[in-house]
Design a protein around this ligand. Structure first.
Ligand SMILES: Cc1cc2nc3c(=O)[nH]c(=O)nc-3n(C[C@H](O)[C@H](O)[C@H](O)COP(=O)(O)OP(=O)(O)OC[C@H]3O[C@@H](n4cnc5c(N)ncnc54)[C@H](O)[C@@H]3O)c2cc1C
Length: 451
């Protein structure tokens, strides 16, 4: 099949970034992608005539973000939407108590204060934690010290459990005590009315991308690599493997020789969580016009606790809710209609008969998707932040890994995928690549093609 300077496995954000940077530097690059589309876990469904982001939706914090700089350079429109990271206060959130009753202004203020107070204790407990402590352990210690009434503690415990599920796709008792250390949000968050996959599609435009080409084996030595996709073999000097951690953990790609402990260890220790989305569209809005999100505590929100108003994207009343962690895994086994019916039942506890019959829905199954085998990585008990960056390799100077799971600063994000692709390209070229130049070249190429 010819020889390349570099083979990139996977056409998600990290893969197209690395490949584009290498191609810009004059390398012969091919991307081998198992799916029939570019974007990976950035997947915009446009079948209904508007965008439904079935994978990533948000930039979680635009201040000082090179990803935000790229989006601006590409002049991609965004909508400010600053509750994508499970914050307790800040933007208007309609809160409901454990009986499904709306909280008044005083109760809401008290709730926010209580969570903030326990969160401060939690930071101390995480700082004082020992190896082997889970996020559940440190949460319980913080709650014990809070001095709050038992019902209050139950609500906050539930809130923390749900926060871990949404941020990590994992059960709170499986997450390391440090599992949310990298979760800080700087500045506003934004979503993409035209669909988030515009970013990887525009980066990848014009590259040699072989779709529906599933890699099954990588042979590597210090003199080069042979990458097998079924009966077809591709040879190159180097390879960048960007398939999700879930795919690597499942052993879907064989490495010969086997991966050294420096990479295999992190691969085993880090966790891959499940986080699924359920979009439900209604004929009429039954929640407040200016609410960014709705949140139910305690029993009323046992499964379906948080709802995000994403109507601005389609112009139709639409709520987005999530099923993550163990519940997300159970949910994806059920027929979509049953999932939606259950979610609508939960909404009726809050809004009664004002909740009409849904007019459309979208349900994801990321944990069953053979090309991701989960949603994103997290710090499972027994892993450390170093494991993310150690996973990047390289092995023998030829076998590189990139993707969200390989970036320790903010794993599980689009930013992590972007920066890890950048790092892999810099390592292969042996020099720095300026991100502003990278964006400028994409625009230049697009303008050349229009002319
Ligand atoms: C439901 C959901 C919501 C999310 N929300 C957000 C959010 O709001 N903000 C945010 O920043 N991040 C979010 N994320 C995370 C974000 O989507 C990912 O971190 C990022 O897109 C990962 O990019 P990547 O290049 O590392 O991997 P991917 O995008 O998964 O790319 C890897 C590619 O490898 C391909 N592949 C897999 N196996 C093979 C094989 N054997 N052979 C060839 N190709 C293969 C895959 O098809 C895929 O295209 C979300 C993820 C999910 C699932």
């Amino acid at each position: 099949m010819g020889s390349f300077d570099t083979i990139v496995i996977g056409a998600g954000m990290s893969g197209v970034t690395a490949a584009r940077m290498l191609a810009d530097a004059g390398h012969r690059v091919v991307i081998l992608e198992g799916r029939d589309r570019v974007g990976g876990r950035m997947h915009t469904d446009r079948e209904a005539g508007f965008s439904v982001d079935r994978g990533a939706s948000w930039i979680h914090g635009i201040d000082g973000s090179p990803l935000w700089d790229l989006v601006q350079a590409l002049r991609i429109p965004t909508i400010e939407y600053t509750v994508g990271s499970f914050q307790v206060g800040g933007r208007p959130i309609e809160n409901f108590d454990g009986d499904g009753r709306p909280m008044g202004a005083d109760a809401t203020a008290q709730w926010i204060d209580d969570v903030d107070a326990v969160d401060r204790l939690l930071v101390e407990e995480i700082g004082a934690s020992s190896p082997g402590d889970t996020y559940l352990d440190v949460t319980e210690r913080a709650l014990d010290r809070s001095g709050l009434a038992p019902e209050r503690i139950d609500d906050i415990r539930e809130f923390f459990r749900h926060r871990v599920e949404e941020q990590c796709g994992a059960w709170i008792g499986d997450l390391d005590a440090h599992g949310l250390d990298e979760d800080a949000i700087d500045g506003d968050e934004v979503i993409f009315p035209r669909g988030y996959d515009e970013v990887p599609r525009r980066i990848g435009a014009g590259l040699d991308i072989r779709l529906e080409t599933t890699v099954t084996r990588v042979d590597h030595s210090s003199s080069g690599v042979v990458v097998h996709a079924g009966d077809t073999a591709f040879t190159a000097d180097q390879v960048v493997v960007t398939v999700p951690l879930g795919v690597l953990k499942a052993g879907a790609i064989a490495f010969d020789p086997a991966l050294p402990e420096a990479v295999a260890g992190p691969l085993t220790r880090l966790g891959m969580g499940v986080f699924n989305k359920v979009f439900i569209q209604f004929d009429r809005r039954f929640w407040n016009e200016d609410s960014y999100a709705l949140r139910a505590l305690g029993e009323a929100g046992e499964h379906w606790h948080s709802w995000y108003d994403v109507s601005a994207v389609s112009g139709l009343p639409t709520l987005l809710t999530f099923a993550a962690g163990p519940f997300g895994r159970r949910m994806q086994e059920l027929p979509d209609e049953d999932v939606v019916a259950d979610a609508v039942r939960a909404l009726r506890v809050l809004y009664g008969d004002a909740v009409g019959e849904p007019r459309a829905h979208w349900v994801t199954h990321w944990g069953q998707d053979e090309f991701s085998n989960g949603s994103y990585s997290h710090l499972a008990l027994g892993s450390s932040h170093h494991d993310h960056d150690d996973l990047a390799g390289p092995v023998d100077g030829v076998l590189h890994f990139a993707g969200e799971a390989t970036w320790g600063d903010e794993p599980a994000t689009v930013g992590a995928a972007y920066y890890s692709g950048h790092r892999a390209a810099e390592r292969i070229l042996g020099r720095a690549i300026d991100l502003d130049d990278f964006a400028a070249r994409i625009i230049e190429r697009e303008q050349r093609e229009v002319r």
